[in-house]
Design a binder for this molecule. Structure first.
Ligand code: DC
Length: 222
């Protein structure tokens, strides 16, 4: 079983994907975490984030791996578990910056296709339905207005003790949207055969139920 979920920053992909995967009893592969781990490695090397060749060179030694412990994804750089280190604003922007380079994407996409073969998986990202798994039987494109996505991110960060102002969160989100949608290689866009879910006025439970319904229409009741 392969379920592809794509969408912009703050569309709720990660949390919704976790809930849907748990309901269906399958694994959730968060591909953004792989770009984040790669970006952390590049940041540590001090490479210039606007220089594609420097990024590719620094990234050659990036050993990005994904493991599962009790069904939860652990994102690794070699033997180091970086799951807890890749959610900062700095790594978010760096991940968006490095992910525009074709050499980086080639490596990540190849690793994601291999992982997708190993188990029933729900995979979330930006280019899963369009590029990583163009034949996935279920494709969902999640979105919401930029203001609503920024509001969700702002509340989430406040709960974690991060007091970044709403205006800054919205500006960073708009910057990442622009970068993710305008890059030449595999930009964020809805696959023609993806189901569009605008979650602006939906609760998490409603979104989860809608996706499970779509999966059951394709694969039957799980
Ligand atoms: O989903 P996320 O915010 O954790 O992703 C971090 C960055 O990685 C995002 O700004 C764009 C990039 N990304 C990508 O280019 N392709 C994917 N399949 C997943 C993420």
């Amino acid at each position: 079983m392969n379920i592809a979920i794509d969408g912009p920053v703050g569309s709720g992909k990660s949390s919704i994907a976790d809930l849907v995967a748990a309901k269906l009893g399958i694994l959730h592969l968060d591909t953004g975490a792989m770009y984040r781990a790669y970006a952390l490695h590049v940041l540590r090397s001090g490479a210039d984030l606007t220089d594609g060749e420097a990024i590719a060179r620094a990234g050659e030694s990036a050993d990005v791996r994904v493991q599962y412990a009790d069904g939860a994804q652990k994102t690794m750089l070699g033997e180091e578990d970086v799951t807890g280190l890749i959610r900062t604003g700095e790594v978010s922007l760096a991940a968006s910056a490095v992910s525009k380079w074709p050499a980086v994407r080639r490596r990540m996409v190849a690793a994601q296709r291999e992982l997708a073969k190993t188990a029933d998986m729900l995979i979330d990202g930006r280019d899963i339905g369009t590029n990583v798994l163009p034949d996935a039987p279920v494709k969902i494109f999640l979105t919401a207005t930029a203001e609503e996505r920024a509001r969700r991110r702002y509340v989430q960060q406040m709960e974690k003790g991060d007091n970044t102002p709403y205006e800054t969160v919205l500006a960073e989100l708009n910057q990442r949207d622009r970068q993710d949608m305008s890059r030449e290689t595999d930009p964020l866009r809805q696959a023609e055969d993806a189901v569009l879910l605008d979650t602006t006025n939906m609760t998490i439970d409603e979104v989860v139920a809608a996706i499970v319904g779509i999966v059951e229409d394709v694969y039957g009741k799980q």
